[in-house]
Design a binder for this molecule. Structure first.
Ligand SMILES: [Mg+2]
Ligand SMILES: [Zn+2]
Length: 174
């Protein structure tokens, strides 16, 4: 089976506004600058994945069914923008702060650890060294790098002038 290349995206602060533990679907606000970048990468044949830490589950702020519901909603919202997320990966754990013991673990999936990348690579036969990671925090960059992906702060792709945007993308990805 042929390997695919992936573009991984963090969720909060990267493709939707970071509202500090999203607890309501109504608070989802897409970041338009991320849409432009994702569309460009899709056209370059990257499959799009989301990798997100959701320790709000461990902390008892919301449950896993809310995370799943959020991702279904976001999937459909992005579909209207012609963006197709292959899969949403999330880590519900926390090593020291959890109301339910089943989430109280020092897991391999919480970024900056690369577990979610390895899981996706196995599931979708992804060539990680040909793949990209975008996030708004250092832990995103660390996780992507630990997985062997070229990793970027998303902020450098925000607020680009329209007539400059494509050339800026090309300077990184072509
Ligand atoms: Mg983030
Ligand atoms: Zn985890």
């Amino acid at each position: 089976m042929e390997q695919i290349k992936a573009a991984f995206f963090d969720r909060d602060g990267t493709i939707i506004e970071d509202v500090n533990y999203l607890k309501s679907i109504d608070d989802i606000k897409i970041i338009q600058d991320a849409i432009y970048l994702i569309r460009y990468l899709q056209e370059k044949d990257y499959k799009i994945f989301v990798v997100t830490n959701q320790s709000g589950v461990a902390r008892g702020y919301f449950d896993e069914s809310f995370v799943i519901k959020t991702h279904e909603y976001l999937y459909n919202l992005l579909k209207q923008e012609n963006i197709f997320i292959k899969k949403f990966y999330y880590c519900p754990h926390h090593e020291s702060n959890a109301v339910d013991e089943k989430y109280l673990i020092n897991c391999d999936c919480r970024k900056p650890k690369p577990g979610m990348f390895f899981a996706s690579a196995k599931e979708f036969n992804i060539n990680l060294s040909e793949s990209l990671m975008f996030g708004d925090k250092l832990l995103d960059i660390e996780a992507g790098s630990a997985a062997g992906c070229k990793s970027f702060y998303i902020q450098q792709f925000f607020n680009l002038q329209q007539n400059f945007r494509l050339n800026f993308y090309k300077s990184f990805f072509e």
